[in-house]
Design a protein around this ligand. Structure first.
Ligand code: DNO
Length: 396
């Protein structure tokens, strides 16, 4: 597998020279400055690629080429938006960049309620508290229908949190929930979020599925022609939020996506942390089941609580058996190598990391500090090296 690292380009406080010291060789990035739905121009792609190569890396994955909300809502004439997406792909392919990660989560991307929850031995992690999310939905947004989305015990804790919270606590909660919007540097306030949510009124799970199928039918044939691989990122957290349906949260959702258009170009980003937050998901089993369509992996771990809350654990701690998962990914890589495939080796990146040591106060993107991810990468590399050495001693 190709060790890679997410870099936010000019928006990132971490430099390529620092990333070089982590040992990663691949860069995962996007032209975050381009508004959703617009074409990524060839010259800007080429300039970013040159910058990455000059620092000694390959640009291995685009994360993300975002899908415009109108496509997710299936609203109006979408032909221009589909054409633009295909043109961006063609411009990327012309620059030799062939793997694209995207998601189909309506309106908001990954969602956490705490960006700096304390870790027992020092440092901080990202956390999703079900009671705080319920407090946000019920008491700050005034979304009464959310009553049905949370068990009574969680609603009680939500009410207690809300009563005890200060204005500043509520501001922090809003900020945390909005922080997952990648690249979109404008965040919603409560009024803006309410308006944006209205755009999804009446859109049920099946409508979203139909809109997703339409996207895949419009885009995947072009990706195949260009020799590209698209890989959907699962929903994070893998559950409906704010009354918005989420459809890529488990094995069934992944099967729907991959079967909607049956082609290698229609693939999966195996995100261990996103899938791992749902107690029903057996992540290594999901990896084995969809192995031949995995083009990219995000490796990270979560520790779950009984009320639906979870926090990001160190990469080898938490509830997902990371060794078994990496073993499954390496087995797939060996299978592809045996087939003589040029793309046998696929990229993974240490997904998220705790803020540790000099990360604290540096103001890097939430979840994307230097030292915490360096620790994660080093641990994952150790596991992968040990498993690879064992596999080759068995074959020898
Ligand atoms: C969070 C990321 C996601 C991911 C997008 C892909 O840290 O894994 O924001 O980049 O969902 O489209």
């Amino acid at each position: 597998m190709i060790e890679s690292w997410r870099w936010y380009g000019p928006f990132d406080k971490i430099t390529l020279a620092e990333i070089a010291q982590t040992g990663a060789t691949g860069i995962v990035t996007a032209l975050h400055e381009i508004p959703y739905g617009e074409v990524w121009p060839c010259d800007l792609i080429a300039a970013r690629k040159a910058e990455i190569q000059a620092a000694g890396f390959q640009w291995v994955v685009v994360e993300s080429l975002p899908i415009h909300e109108r496509i997710k809502r299936g609203e109006g004439d979408l032909s221009q938006l589909f054409a633009n997406y295909r043109q961006s792909m063609a411009n990327l392919a012309a620059n030799g960049i062939r793997t694209i990660c995207y998601n189909f989560m309506p309106l908001i991307d990954w969602t956490r309620t705490d960006l700096a929850a304390p870790v027992a031995r020092g440092g901080t992690c990202l956390r999703f508290s079900a009671p705080k999310m319920a407090a946000f939905e019920l008491h700050m947004l005034g979304r009464q229908a959310a009553e049905a989305d949370y068990p009574e015990a969680v609603r009680k804790d939500a009410a207690v949190w809300f009563q005890q919270s200060s204005e500043a606590d509520r501001e922090t909660l809003l900020h945390s929930i909005m922080s997952g919007l990648p690249g979109a540097y404008d965040r919603y306030d409560i009024a803006g979020l309410k308006t944006a949510l209205q755009g999804y009124d009446g859109i049920r799970r099946d409508d979203l599925r139909a809109n997703y199928r339409r996207f895949l039918e419009e885009i995947i044939p072009a990706a195949e022609d260009l020799g590209m691989r698209l890989c959907v990122h699962p929903d994070d957290p893998p559950r409906d939020l704010l009354g918005l349906p989420r459809i890529v949260s488990d094995a069934d959702g992944i099967a729907f996506a991959l079967n909607a258009v049956s082609a290698r170009a229609n693939g999966l980003t195996l995100c261990a942390g996103s899938l791992g937050a749902n107690p029903a998901n057996d992540v290594p089993a999901i990896a084995r089941r969809f192995a031949d369509r995995i083009h990219f992996a995000h490796l990270r771990n979560v520790r779950k609580d009984f009320d639906g809350s979870f926090e990001e654990a160190a990469h080898l701690e938490g509830d997902t058996d990371m060794v078994t998962l990496i073993d499954a990914l390496l087995a797939e890589e060996r299978r592809r190598l045996a087939e003589g495939r040029a793309d046998a080796s696929f990229p993974f990146r240490p997904d998220h990391g705790h803020e540790l040591l000099t990360d604290i106060g540096r103001g890097t993107h939430p979840g994307y500090p230097l030292i915490g991810r360096l620790r994660g990468l080093a641990e994952l590399r150790g596991v992968a090296s040990a498993l690879s050495a064992r596999a080759s001693s068995v074959t020898d």
